[in-house]
Design a protein around this ligand. Structure first.
Ligand SMILES: Cc1cc2nc3c(=O)[nH]c(=O)nc-3n(C[C@H](O)[C@H](O)[C@H](O)COP(=O)(O)O)c2cc1C
Length: 192
């Protein structure tokens, strides 16, 4: 029997991200991260395909990823500011979970639904981290869409791609909330 969970509703009505650049140490330990990953893996998934997996990037790996971002940016001919902005998420990062979308063969589940499910995993992980009292932010960045970076950094297979990098650590500053969508402008009610 479902019962009303006001605390959960209040959380969902007020949740907001904490910008990755404002996050500080400590990051969650492996033991602290496990229930958050478990919550994220409890995400709707048509056909039980589990079209996603996690790569946990700990502090010790951040410098390598920053360097690979630099190299990818030079290969792509990106301006210095873009390279610097791209690598900053690793230069400043404490911990990030890479949510990897895996495209699986399925006669009944369209590829796009696997993409949706991977995106839902990102939000579930973000919300689990915020609900647990961590600061968290869903980032991508140009390097996350670059095959060369994805293969060098995370050894992704051709049928895999990055759905998001969820940075999780301690809140360093509380950002002002941003304007939220006008519900009436985006909702159509159909009763016939
Ligand atoms: C797929 C995706 C990628 C994103 N990538 C970035 C990014 O690279 N840099 C950034 O500043 N914000 C990025 N954002 C936006 C933030 O994660 C977030 O939406 C924003 O800070 C407000 O979040 P809130 O509604 O939880 O407060 C991205 C969001 C999504 C959904």
């Amino acid at each position: 029997m479902l019962t009303r969970n006001d605390a959960a509703l209040d959380f969902l009505l007020s949740r907001r991200s904490r910008p990755a650049k404002t996050l500080v140490a400590p990051a969650p330990s492996r033991a602290e991260l496990r229930p958050l990953l478990t919550a994220a893996a409890r995400t709707p998934d048509h056909g039980k395909l589990e079209p996603w997996r996690f790569i946990v990037v700990e502090k010790g790996a951040m410098a390598r990823l920053a360097q690979l971002t630099e190299e990818a940016g030079e290969r792509l001919g990106k301006p210095a500011e873009e390279i610097a902005k791209g690598r900053s998420q690793f230069d400043l990062g404490q911990l990030a979970v890479v949510v990897v979308e895996i495209q699986k063969d399925s006669p009944k589940v369209p590829a796009l639904e696997m993409t949706y499910s991977a995106g839902a995993v990102c939000l579930a992980l973000l919300n689990a981290a915020l609900a647990a009292g961590w600061g968290a932010n869903w980032l991508s960045g140009w390097m996350s869409h670059d095959r060369g970076f994805c293969e060098a950094a995370f050894d992704l297979a051709p049928h895999e791609r990055i759905a998001g990098l969820i940075h999780i650590a301690t809140e360093g500053a509380v950002p002002p909330d941003r304007p939220r969508p006008d519900l009436d402008a985006l909702t159509t009610w159909v009763d016939a």
